[in-house]
Design a protein around this ligand. Structure first.
Ligand code: GLC
Ligand code: CA
Length: 590
């Protein structure tokens, strides 16, 4: 692969796809009894109407000055969460982990990472959320574990160890394994030789993230038991990390040349994947009123539907990467394509199934830097527009922490500033190959995951009020202008617009359930659509550009009353709407 292509692949492809734990039953029963008293109201299908707020705990708020966000930090901000008007918090992994991939390498699924706090802190957080009628969804990372998990330590110790088959091994006497590409490995090689047993083990992600063997029923039962442990505590669901890759053809056939350019096709949707999900649903999920969401769901809408068609009894919703991957290609972001893509996915799910709507997360650069315009004049209006989009599409909206303020990319100049294994190993690989390092860094400024992981900007005090110590990742210097405290006071802030938008969605179920219809498909600057449910009808008009634009109201649409949402102070109804740069309107229709 050429370096430029490699860089893009490394930064983007993961995104394209994007016993040891004995806890006595006594403790489990005690905890689940305690959780019952705080269980929040959950009507069937609640996960369609909720707004999910994603918290990246490492970067949210540090309560003890070690520079790392933690659970007590989140607890201190519970009222902030309530004021956002969100119904669900999704926490990135908080389990014990050596943090090779910031918690996505789990060494003990039933313990809290000491840096983040204790199980008591967790229970307090869960209670505090439930008291505010906010649900809690946790990450379920079971395509792989950490190499420091007890299962792996056992598995690698000798070939006949009972845990051996919890992972994928290739004995070296069979020669080199058939090539498999790895997202984070410095050599892109998913097989790592382990001299202890003269064998290779498989790791689609980093070397410290060996893939679990889902073909082994014992492993599956262990995972289900662990899921029950958390569900019995009263949590409200799981986000299944990288699960589309979990099922493998363990004969490891040779894949066609160039397969790594279509990794979802070759790694996703392995044999028995849906058998495992149906088993998981039967044995665990069906017993709880919880929400489940698959990260990545195959190659397109038809694949994704298999995860979430209610008749199949697997998961509730899926999220695809086509939206966030747009703009990675040589043509950059093209609105017409963006519209086509969201419209295609919406129509595939119009009759059944359900999608998540998101433009940013911890694996992405900041949404305002990618889809909006983060220059000072346009940062706020474009962030408001993007939040309006997320909160008015059909599907469950996911807001990534900081996007409600319009936080933007930090754009590090030096590799030393990055912490992410994907970026650091990618850099190392380019270096080893004598490639173009400055091109790599230029790409990283736009796409690296650390852009979205810089600490949350609370106020104008030192370190943006995130920590009294040294933050684990640098803070974006724009925190003096962009922070929650200032925005809380300003009725026209991105934050207050976000709060209004969650309230509007809550008030108008048509924005949740209504049929979506695209208008003026070819318009390269305006994204306009209607949402309709019975007599209720709304029009959403988004000027995706830094210029004023006018937009002719299509024949047959009749405005009715003041906008439900507007990111500018004024609005004049007319046959042709005059739109300010990045203006976003939600208008009731007759
Ligand atoms: C998912 C996570 C990402 C992680 C990867 C491996 O894509 O969102 O952060 O690096 O899986 O677990
Ligand atoms: Ca801390």
């Amino acid at each position: 692969m050429t370096n430029a292509r490699f860089t893009l692949a490394l930064l983007a492809l993961w995104g394209l796809v994007a016993a040891c734990n004995q806890t006595s039953t006594k403790t489990e029963t005690a905890v689940s009894a305690a959780a019952d008293s705080t269980t929040v109201a959950k009507k069937p299908g609640w996960w369609k109407e909720t707004v999910v707020y994603q918290i990246y705990p490492r970067s949210f708020r540090d309560s003890n000055g070690d520079g790392v966000g933690d659970l007590r930090g989140i607890i201190a901000k519970l009222d902030y969460l309530q004021d956002l008007g969100v119904g669900t918090v999704w926490l990135n992994p908080i389990y014990a982990s050596p943090n090779d991939d910031n918690g996505y390498d789990i060494s003990d699924y039933r313990r809290i990472m000491p840096e983040f706090g204790t199980m008591q802190d967790f229970d307090a957080l869960l209670n505090g959320l439930h008291q505010r009628n906010i649900k809690l969804v946790m990450d379920l990372v079971v395509n792989h574990s950490s190499d420091e998990h007890e299962w792996f330590k056992q598995a690698r110790s000798y070939r006949t160890n009972p845990y051996r088959d919890y992972y994928h091994w290739w004995p070296a006497e069979k020669g080199k394994p058939t090539p498999r590409w790895s997202f984070f490995d410095v050599n892109s090689d998913a097989w790592k030789y382990d001299s202890l047993t003269n064998s290779y083990y498989l790791h689609y992600f980093s070397r410290k993230q060996p893939d679990l063997n889902w073909e082994n029923p014992k492993l599956r039962q262990e995972v289900y038991k662990m899921m029950r442990f958390w569900l019995d505590k009263g949590i409200d669901g799981f986000r299944l990390d990288a699960f589309q890759f979990a099922a493998k053809d363990t004969t490891f056939p040779v894949l066609p040349a160039g397969y790594e350019k279509n990794i979802i096709k070759y790694y996703g949707h392995g044999p028995h994947l849906h058998d495992y999900l149906q088993e998981m649903n039967r044995e665990v999920l069906s017993k709880y009123n919880v929400m489940t969401v698959a990260e990545g769901a195959g190659s397109g809408p038809a694949d994704a539907m298999l995860f979430v068609d209610p008749a199949r009894k697997e998961l509730n919703m899926a999220y695809h990467f086509e939206g966030v991957d747009l703009g990675l290609g040589p043509k950059g972001f093209q609105l017409a394509e963006f519209k086509r893509l969201y419209t295609r996915w919406d129509s595939a799910f119009a009759q059944k199934g359900w999608l998540s709507i998101f433009l940013g997360n911890h694996d992405q650069p900041r949404m305002v830097s990618k889809f909006g315009d983060d220059r000072p004049a346009f940062r706020a209006p474009s962030a408001k527009l993007l939040n309006t989009f997320i909160l008015t599409m059909r599907g469950t909206p996911y807001c990534y922490n900081g996007d409600e303020l319009g936080m933007s990319n930090i754009r590090f100049d030096k590799i030393e500033d990055y912490r992410d294994v994907a970026t650091r190993n990618g850099y190392q690989q380019v270096k080893n190959q004598g490639g173009n390092l400055s091109a790599f860094l230029a790409t990283a400024k736009r796409f690296a995951r650390d852009n979205g992981r810089t600490p949350f900007q609370w106020d104008t005090t030192r370190n943006a009020g995130f920590t009294t110590g040294t933050p684990w990742l640098k803070i974006n210097p724009n925190y003096r202008d962009v922070n929650a405290a200032a925005q809380d006071q300003d009725p026209n802030s991105v934050l207050n617009h976000f709060r209004r938008a969650t309230a509007v969605r809550q008030e108008h179920p048509v924005l949740v359930h209504g049929r979506y219809q695209l208008l003026d498909a070819a318009n390269p600057h305006i994204y306009a659509y209607t949402r309709t449910e019975g007599q209720n009808k709304a029009l959403v008009v988004l000027n995706f550009s830094s210029e004023p634009r006018s937009w002719l109201l299509p024949a047959g649409l009749q405005l009715s009353g003041a906008p439900w949402l507007n990111n500018y102070p004024t609005f004049t109804p007319a046959a042709t709407l005059a739109l300010e740069p990045w203006q976003a309107l939600v208008l009731p229709l007759r």
